[in-house]
Design a protein around this ligand. Structure first.
Ligand code: FAD
Length: 445
């Protein structure tokens, strides 16, 4: 029987372990450096009784395996219609911006429409994300939403990013529909794969993964950080001093952090790993002692009157993730990188001020803040940068020759397949490949 070692009890590693259990394969261990499972999709309860996620997580599924996993893990979910908005020029308009900018003042509408009209002629070619935005949306939409919003999220200049990842992630333009929306002053918010979603009643997003801790029993080793891999002897070493052996290693660790641990990696491979581009983030949760004032779910913030790119009325997702119905929670997300450094103090202070600037809170509401919960993660967004796919090829070609599969959000580094459902499915497909030789379909390189 093949011995499979999985690094990381995030959604990818847990999807893989779940598949191993389904198949009755016993010879495997999951090592996780934290004392909890769920990775970036974990949730935490603070002293005031609020449950916080690591950023707004909307569950949507492309796969039956993920649906079955979710049904098995979660007793009850709360169903939501998508309710998302863009804050711009002192008002909320429905998301996506490009289908709803007609709610803004007439000069902006004109700039956006003229920009759209001229876009392909003015910007006929594109080789990066900035050029793609201008080509597809024109100057107006680029100026008011696409460029500032994307810089806030990715903390990376759009000219350093690729455009090939975008198919499902950015609603592209349908000129006829836009004109119909403008003339009819119609709201068009139904775009996208996440127009409805379910959320676990208990435990926040992490409620989807936490049951796996019990299910895995002795197969799960928490508080073990992988510190070295010898691919010749197939030996792993952990910060506890423990060692283990594998036939196949399936890693969900980020590629830039895994490669320096693997002995004997050629210089070109190490270089490729060191050049991977990512953003980190501050997740500032603000809990209030007040009934929730809005039924909005989440909102996007392209402008500079606040540091966050997105705020979620998290407590609207489930009645059980705030201490009572007289409390509510706002989850604010701020990205950072060397292009956009943010200190903890800036993240907190500017967030609180930003909530006032964007009228989500009044000065007086500040007196009712009963919790400010701060989470920082150095890797939150795997940036689809120009040159990413060549580097991924260099990395996987070498790793897979050593029977090391690297998958998941930062193990695979493909944002376009970096959500929870993709990650769980990647874990499943990696196991089917290792044990049965099946081809992977979600993660390809
Ligand atoms: C801000 C934000 C918003 C998001 N929004 C959504 C959303 O709306 N919808 C959605 O579906 N997904 C969303 N996601 C993505 C979701 O969180 C990821 O898809 C998912 O967590 C990826 O799972 P993973 O297992 O690949 O990686 P991770 O969750 O990163 O898990 C990797 C695990 O490996 C462990 N590890 C790493 N290195 C080592 C080591 N050396 N030794 C031992 N253990 C190690 C880590 O501790 C971690 O537990 C969002 C993520 C972020 C950050």
């Amino acid at each position: 029987m093949k011995r499979i070692v999985i690094i990381g009890a995030g959604p990818m590693g847990l999807g893989a372990a779940y598949r191993l259990q389904q198949l009755g394969h016993e010879d495997y261990t999951v090592y996780e450096q934290n004392d909890y499972v769920g990775g970036l999709a974990a949730s935490f309860v603070d002293d005031a009784g609020f449950t916080w996620d690591i950023g707004g997580h909307v569950i949507f599924s492309h796969y039956k395996f993920f649906d079955d996993f979710m049904a098995d893990m979660v007793d009850e979910t709360v169903a939501h219609g998508r309710e998302s908005w863009v804050w711009l020029q002192d008002q909320f308009i429905p998301y996506p911006f490009q289908n709803n900018f007609h709610f803004l003042n007439k000069e902006v509408v004109l700039e956006c429409v003229l920009g759209l009209h001229e876009a392909e002629k003015k910007y006929p070619n594109y080789s990066n994300f900035r050029e793609w935005i201008l080509h597809r949306f024109g100057d107006g939409i680029a100026k008011y939403f696409m460029l500032p919003y994307n810089f806030k999220v990715w903390a990376t200049p759009a000219e350093l990013m690729d455009h090939g990842w975008i198919a499902e992630r950015v609603s592209v333009i349908d000129m006829k529909m836009i004109l119909r929306n403008i003339l009819g002053q119609k709201e068009d918010a139904g775009w996208g794969p996440n127009s409805t979603f379910d959320f676990p009643l208990h435990g926040g997003t992490g409620g989807l993964f936490s049951p796996m801790k019990e299910r895995l029993g002795d197969h799960l080793k928490l508080r073990r950080k992988l510190v070295s891999v010898d691919p010749e002897s197939k030996t792993l070493r952990f910060d506890t001093g423990e060692e283990d052996h594998y036939d196949v290693l399936l890693s969900g660790a980020s590629l830039d952090q895994l490669l320096p641990l693997v002995k004997g990696a050629p210089a070109a491979v190490r270089k490729a790993a060191a050049e991977m581009v990512f953003a980190g983030g501050w997740i500032v949760g603000v809990g209030l002692r007040q009934p929730v004032p809005s039924n909005k779910n989440w909102m996007y913030f392209p402008e500079s009157d606040c540091p966050f790119y997105r705020v979620t009325y998290l407590s609207n997702y489930s009645p059980l993730i705030a201490p009572s119905e007289n409390h509510y929670s706002l989850l604010c997300e701020i990205s950072e990188s060397p292009h956009k450094p943010v200190t903890r103090e800036e993240a907190v202070e500017q967030t609180l001020q930003g909530l006032v600037n964007t009228k989500l809170l009044s000065e007086k509401d500040r007196d009712d803040i009963v919790s400010v919960h701060v989470i920082r993660r150095d890797h939150t967004y795997p940036v689809p940068f120009v040159g990413r796919d060549e580097r991924l090829k260099t990395l996987h070609t070498w790793l897979e020759a050593k029977e090391i599969l690297s998958r998941g959000r930062f193990g695979g580094w493909k944002y376009e397949v970096g959500n929870m459902d993709h990650s769980v499915q990647q874990g499943k497909e990696a196991i089917d490949r290792i044990l049965n030789g099946d081809a992977e379909t979600v993660y390809t390189w």
